[in-house]
Design a protein around this ligand. Structure first.
Ligand code: NAD
Ligand code: IPM
Ligand code: MN
Length: 368
């Protein structure tokens, strides 16, 4: 039988830097755990625009559709900020999400004990934190029509449309309830039903799916603004949070700071099962291309490495090896190894992106 296939799209800025460390770890699994992957690489974002004049070619889209899983670094950068909207690097990523129909974006926020004092919140508030934000990823205001910038009389008007169908809400709700059953059995759904009709429908559909299919799971609802406040006040009250595309984007960046750094947060974007039973899937860190530190070997590769751990768990049904990798990360942090983003005002000596990757490989070696 052939090896499972991985398509790597490293992208822009720190994307290729953090992905380099993931490639070392993929190599380690092939060599030391007899878990080999057929790895192909391609371009996305600004890198694809530079080479082909588009942030994602049809050929790359096709390869992504056929891969067992896609690993993505990050896209974007100041060089591309003035490009027409249709060819901006971010459009490449949005096309992948839309055409692969990756409706369920899992963004876990876990606080490793070694970093509990480093969060901008008090240790008590974050120690032991383990929550999962499920962000709807293929609809809402990111994709709703009409959109654009038009002229109305003498002035320009910018338009985006928040739009959700009930089946779009139902499928992401199911995915959140299923996850909750494997965790602490609690879902909090966030929207703004007080001011948005799409929020009213969101709340109705989540409630209907809950009553009909998941009455054993504890369900609560919160307005997303209050949810943002509660996420900072007492995040441990949550287990699974399910929310729309835009609120999920904001809430997950906020949740990143509970863990210490945006450089720590992985994600899995999952769609429907393929013919081989695996879900369509793309794994990427929550952070972006970090133009302010790109090219300096400073980036924290942990978010990207933990995204590969999520691939092991959700695409390759190998929770044991995913846990091995997560524990290797935990051990390295417990040893006091820190990239620059994980050093507080009191300072210390940071290690480089590559040194962090090497330290994690050494911890993997020590685990077998
Ligand atoms: P960003 O996430 O790139 O950076 C925000 C801050 O966090 C910066 O100070 C950066 O240095 C720091 N940071 C991020 N990742 C880090 C890491 N791994 N290690 C250490 N520090 C890290 O967000 P931004 O600056 O708002 O956006 C920059 C570009 O990235 C934009 O073009 C944006 O559209 C794009 N972006 C892409 C993605 C993605 O590809 N999924 C996600 C977010 C932003
Ligand atoms: C993310 C990013 C993306 C988003 C951008 C780059 C399209 O911020 O993955 O969180 O807004 O979804
Ligand atoms: Mn974001």
């Amino acid at each position: 039988m052939s090896n499972p296939s991985l398509l790597i799209l490293a992208g822009d800025g720190i994307g290729p830097e953090v992905m380099n460390e993931v490639k070392k770890i993929i190599g380690w699994y092939g060599e030391k755990r007899d878990l080999a992957f057929d790895v192909e690489e391609d371009l996305v974002g600004g890198a694809a625009y530079d080479a082909h004049g588009t942030p994602l070619t049809d050929a790359t889209m096709e390869r992504a559709q056929n891969a067992d899983a896609v690993l993505l670094g990050a896209v974007g950068g100041p060089k591309y900020d003035t490009l027409d909207f249709s060819v901006k690097p971010e459009r490449g990523l949005l096309r992948l999400r839309k055409e692969m129909d990756l409706f369920s974006n899992l963004r876990p926020a876990q606080c490793f004990d070694a970093l509990a004092d480093f969060s901008s919140l008090k240790r008590d508030v974050v120690a032991g934190l383990d929550i999962m934000i499920v962000r709807e990823l293929t609809s809402g205001v990111y994709f709703g029509e009409p959109r654009g910038i038009h002229k109305e009389g003498n002035e320009r008007v910018g338009i985006n449309t928040q739009r959700y169908t009930e089946s779009e809400i139902a499928r992401v709700a199911r995915s959140a309830f299923e996850l909750a059953r494997r965790r602490n059995n609690k879902v909090c759904s966030m929207e703004k039903a007080n001011v948005m009709e799409s929020g009213v429908l969101w709340r109705q559909v989540v409630t209907e799916i809950h009553e009909a299919e998941y009455p054993d799971v504890e369900l609560s609802h919160m307005y997303a603004d209050a949810g943002a406040m509660q996420l900072c006040r007492w995040p441990k009250q949550f287990d699974v949070i399910v929310t729309d595309n835009l609120f999920g984007d904001l809430l997950s960046d906020a949740a990143a700071m509970l863990t210490g750094s945006l450089g720590m947060l992985p994600s899995a974007s999952l769609g429907a099962p393929m013919a081989n039973g695996r879900p369509k899937a793309l794994y990427e860190p929550v952070h972006g291309s970090a133009p302010d530190i790109a090219g300096q070997g400073k980036a924290n590769p942990i978010a990207c490495i933990l995204s590969f751990a999520m691939a092991l768990r959700y695409s390759f049904d190998n929770g044991d090896e995913a846990t091995r990798l997560e524990q290797a990360v935990e051990r390295v942090l417990a040893d006091g190894k820190r990239t620059a983003d994980l050093l507080g005002p009191e300072g210390g000596t940071p290690i480089s992106t590559a040194e962090m990757g090497d330290a994690i490989i050494a911890a993997l070696d020590a685990s077998i």
